[in-house]
Design a protein around this ligand. Sequence first.
Ligand code: IMP
Length: 203
Amino acid sequence: MEQPQANFSLMKQLIFASNNIHKADEIRALLNNGFEIITLKEAGIDIDIPEPHETLEKNASEKSTTIFKITQKDCFSEDSGLEVAALHGAPGVRSARYAGDTSNATDNNMLLLKNMRDISNREAQFKTVISLILNGEEIFFEGTCKGSIAYEPSGVDGFGYDPIFIPEGHNQTFAELGLSVKSKISHRKNAIAKMNDFLQSIK
Ligand code: IMP
């Protein structure tokens, strides 16, 4: 007699400690097969995790550790920011709130351009830090994207500082270049590629 087949997936689940569906989709597109990325909402977790720390590493760690404590399951989080050399790494970990706690991307971009008005060194980089907790062990992955700060915003694609960030090797902003270029060279892409290599190596 034919035995009924168990309906289970061989995909290993990784909870992404975020409810940002755009980031989750971006990450799903970048990770190779074998891992199922589920957002907090999809995992049935309703929580808003604060980002109170002074470094991207600590904020990323806070998010993944919080989710691990709740679920005891494999999970990861990421925290990103823009670091401007002439501003000693600002806005950095405060990128989302640079112009104040209720600021939006336009406010942040305008303040950054104002603060750099008389500065000719426009060197900057985006940085992403991922904290992965796998089998209870935490591992970090970092990705950067070097570039420079434009003198005025251009382009409509993307989010955050994309209209004023010109990646190295290009003469247009991320917001002008669009996702097809950004997704190949971004800080987030570089960090995820490292996590992907690691996950593939232990499969
Ligand atoms: P988060 O870690 O994704 O929340 O990023 C914090 C802030 O950094 C965002 O609110 C943006 O202002 C900025 N940021 C992070 N990644 C990007 C990016 O890819 N493009 C533009 N801005 C970004």
